[in-house]
Design a protein around this ligand. Sequence first.
Ligand SMILES: [Zn+2]
Length: 446
Amino acid sequence: MEICTVGGFQEVGKNMTAVKIKDDVFIFDAGVSIPALIDLQNDNIQVYSEKHLRRVGAIPNDSVLDKLGWRDKVRAIVIGHSHLDHVGAVPWLAHRYPRAVIIGTPFTMTLLDTILRDERKEIKNKKITVREGGSIKVRGKRRTYKIDLIHVTHSTLQCASIALHTEEGVFFYAVDFKFDDTPVLGAPPNYKKIKEIGKKGVKALIINSLYSGEEGRSLSESVARKKVKQALNPVRDRYSALFVSTFSSHIERLKSIVDFGRATNRKIIFLGRSLNKYVTTAIKVKQCPFQKQITLFKYRNQVNSFLKKAEKDRGKYLIVCTGHQAEENSILDRIVKDNTPFRFRKGDHMIFASSVIPVPQNILAREQMDHKLEKIGVKIQKDVHVSGHGCHEDIKMMMKMLKPEQIIPTHGTPAQELPAVRIAQSLGYKYGKNVHLFKDGKVLKL
Ligand SMILES: [Zn+2]
């Protein structure tokens, strides 16, 4: 078995790992780098080419697979979940692997179809949807491989850790998970299956380490649900505007916002393209319990004419919108910059059911946005949120259940990945021998 750390091993974003067993190669995730994409948008570049995306480092540098001679051997691209830093590069890279099938859960695969439609891209690869907790057989050159999609909790629907069964042992890809025993939607993680695979013998584990430096265990989404309730409880007036912004892909969080939002007796309106993208996908796979309680506006003219109404009748609505990272051209950004018919007033409410993604662009943009809102006198509530990424204890639990021979932490800068190395060391692993820190584009031969 050889493992190539294509992307996401020295930064947050553009996740991609390739694994070779004899004549067969499997790719796990193909994501974009969101900060690099935001830079493109800030430069007002709307239409991208693959070349351009490569030049600015927005997609994984998978040319390493050409250099290794692996490219023609790729049999499958398996996607763990629907976040863009895991699936967003598929439309740009899939054509390089025409014989590879693309595999994911229904929510992930439906979202991929939506992205392809929005980007006006077509890919010829065969797409295979596997239910969460299901398995699929993929044909290699001389043998067939079983791949399990194991249910884990994170911060969007139908997230999977992936086990590739080979004659040399299991390759396990655990990228983006936390162990949440009381999720708001869906089942707790499938511990039984993870332990079962651990007993079978895991050759190598790639593990999400973004918050490995945070003590304890990652908080449950049910904690965020309580925070949402507390944030919405004080809003009972009929004259101020009420806005909530959260991650568009976070269907669980959106459910809590709708559930407690109904107690405000306001009409619940969802605004913006990315909210529309994820909510419509959830509806398509029958995973949107609040479908009947909301109205969605996607296009700019619809959004603007609604905001004109909301300006006059501001106490009537709870508005869920994009822009919690103060992204250029998001609904909130446009409102704050006076580019819509709506103006915030003193006493209006703004709830951020999110945290600021810790990259300089986002931190600066949000500071500026918050400052403007505070100056007007908007009542802001921040960090009504818990993370979807595992902390110290989650990562330790995964390592203990799987007992892998080799561990490579991913999904962060070296400083963010180092605490995961320390966790492995506390379990008896030796740095450089069976736990490793790799940059992008390196190969571990086992
Ligand atoms: Zn994720």
